[in-house]
Structure formats: C-alpha cells, structure tokens
Design a protein around this ligand. Structure first.
Ligand code: ADP
Ligand code: MG
Length: 316
C-alpha cells in the first residue's frame, strides 16, 4: 500500500464514529485535575515540545500544572533545564518502587509548573513493567491516590489565593489543575499506562502522508483502551510543524480535518525555530523573552491552552 493510499478515510470513518460525542460547554468550575497524555508512536512530531509549551501556556493562565516525563530520553527533563543524571528521584521510582509522585516531583523555574523527571532507567520499563500486577494501571492508581480534587474547605494551607503544590510537600495530596504526560515514541507498556490514566489524549501529528500509519496505530490503541480500561478516553489530534507554504502539508491537513472532524484541535502549530531555542534555554516558549516580542508559536500554544481551558473534558 502506498503512503497516499494509506490515508484512505474509510479506516478513520469507523473510528471517528467512536469519538465520544462532544458539545462545547463551559467548564463548571470543577477542580479535579485533568490528566492529558501526549502520545504518538512517531518520534520528532513535537510531543515533548507540546508538553513543555502547553504547560508553560497553562501556567501563564494561573493554572497549577504537573508535567511527568515518561521517556527514557528525558527530553522533557532536559527542556526544563534539569540534568537527568544529577537528579535524585524520578518517574522510575514511582513505577518500579512505588515511590510517591510527591517525593520525586520538583519545582521548575516557572511558577505553577512542577516536573516529575525521567532518566535512562526508563529504558527498562518495557521489560519490567509488565511483570508487575495490573501493570497497565500503575500510573492511574498513583495519580488517583495522590491527586485529589482541591478541597473547598479552608483547612488546607494556601499561599495568598494560590494553592501551591510545592508548598504542601508535608501533606499527602497534591493539587493540580492539569497533569501532562510526555510519552515515549512507541506503543508499549508505558504509553498504555498513560492512556489508561488520561482523560484526554493529544496526538501531535506532522501533516505528512506517512503520518497516517501512526494515526491508524493510535486509533487501534484508543479503541483497545476504551473497551478494556478507560471507556471515557477522549482524543484530539494536534497538527504540528505545519508549513502553510507546503502544498502537501495543506492537503494532508485537509484530509485529517475531513477524516477526524471534531477530533482535531482548531489550533495548528506552525514551524518556528524559536521552539528549539526555548528547549536549549530550558524554559517554555511562553516564558522566553525575544527582542521582537512574543513568538508566533507562543501565541499558538496559548490558543491551544485556551481551547483546553474552555472545554469541559471530563463531563462531556
Ligand atoms: P518528540 O517528543 O515527538 O520526539 P520533540 O518535541 O522533541 O518531538 O521535537 C522534535 C524536534 O523538533 C525538536 O528539535 C524540537 O525543538 C523541534 N520542534 C518541535 N516543534 C517545532 C516547531 N513547531 N517548529 C520547529 N521546530 C519544532
Ligand atoms: Mg519526546
């Protein structure tokens, strides 16, 4: 089958029917953290960039965000200016040794943005996770044990009018608005854990013909997770690395929109070399100062953050 043929909308028509029906309605002030997995079996499609940039954009809207690095390459950890080899405590301790997220999470230089780092130990995850009992739901259980809805009562310590998770390290729960999971570039035990734990799956997709294969694999996995572990999983495709002057990009974008309809974010992320600079600087694009003002991709990731904030993902 040629790459072009593989984009036959027939296979997506089946799966788009399974998309949980969605109406746009305002979020009713619910404080349960929204868990967002960012996954695609392809590497280099801006998964990690989206985790950092969306996290930074949500933080600029006053949200409390926890980013969890699930990839052995630890690019998320590096992109936030942390050296994985020098950190004590990582996601491996949570997945293999039942450590709490709280004990391995740390603040970043961005207020409202905390990180659970990764390290090369995650290389062993695909081999050792499946040995553990109910391994697909280890992350789900950890999150539900630790991330509780924010209490409405005034008996929890707060700092000003902002509840500060890192301030509450002596308390057994952490309170976030969003938890964002950065997945490795393959569909194994780790990505499965993320999809089982997530309310929303974002699939960053480059608008190239060969992306269809990765999308098809994702749809198969979504169907499997919905039928077996997480019936409410919602997905949205995010078109990334878009070059509007490229005819193929425009064509593939149209095909993706036609095939997936509401399953595609309105926001599109264009090519912007400043995103590379922000990774080198170790801060999200939203917090990187440029002489010419805000970069285009910072505005686009801000638009994505607003799409996510405005929509009630958990009660559709
Ligand atoms: P993944 O996590 O899917 O492997 P990354 O987020 O690491 O992908 O991105 C791969 C490379 O592409 C990185 O060098 C990153 O800086 C770059 N990149 C990501 N998004 C963009 C964009 N919109 N414009 C230009 N470069 C980008
Ligand atoms: Mg990555």
């Amino acid at each position: 089958m040629s790459e072009k043929e593989s984009f036959d909308p027939k296979w997506v028509a089946d799966t788009s029917e399974e998309q949980v029906p969605a109406e746009h309605q305002p979020a009713p002030g619910n404080k349960t953290p929204l868990v967002i997995a960012i996954a695609n079996q392809k590497g280099g499609v801006a998964k990690t960039t989206t985790v950092v940039s969306l996290g930074g954009a949500l933080a600029t809207h006053g949200k409390e965000v926890l980013l969890i690095d699930l990839d052995a390459q630890a690019n998320l950890t590096l992109a936030l200016g942390k050296d994985p080899s020098r950190l004590r405590g990582a996601i491996t301790d949570v997945l293999f040794h039942s450590s709490t997220l709280l004990s391995v999470s740390r603040e970043t230089s961005i207020p409202g943005l905390d990180l659970v780092p990764s390290n090369s130990g995650m290389d062993l995850a695909e081999r050792f996770l499946p040995v553990r009992k109910d391994y697909e739901s280890i992350l789900t259980r950890t999150l539900s044990a630790e991330l509780r809805p924010r209490p409405d009562t005034g008996d929890q310590p707060t700092e000003g009018n902002r509840t500060t998770p890192s301030y509450e390290r002596n308390f057994p729960v952490i309170e976030y608005d969003y938890v964002i999971l950065d997945c490795p570039p393959f569909m194994g035990a780790v990505t499965l854990n993320a999809l089982v734990a997530a309310n929303l799956l974002i699939i960053p997709t480059q608008p190239e013909y060969f992306s269809a294969h990765a999308l098809r694999t994702m749809m198969t996995l979504i169907r499997q997770v919905r039928s077996q572990q997480n019936s409410k999983l919602v997905y949205r495709i995010l078109i990334t690395l878009f070059d509007k002057r490229n005819r193929i990009h425009r064509q593939v974008q149209e095909q993706i929109n036609n095939s997936f309809g509401e399953g595609v974010f309105d926001t599109v992320i264009g090519v912007d070399t400043k995103l590379r600079e922000s990774a080198i600087e170790g801060v999200p694009i939203s917090h990187l100062k440029f002489p010419g003002g805000t970069s285009r991709s910072a505005l686009q990731y801000d638009a994505l953050a607003q799409e996510i904030i405005q929509y009630d993902w958990q009660h559709q």
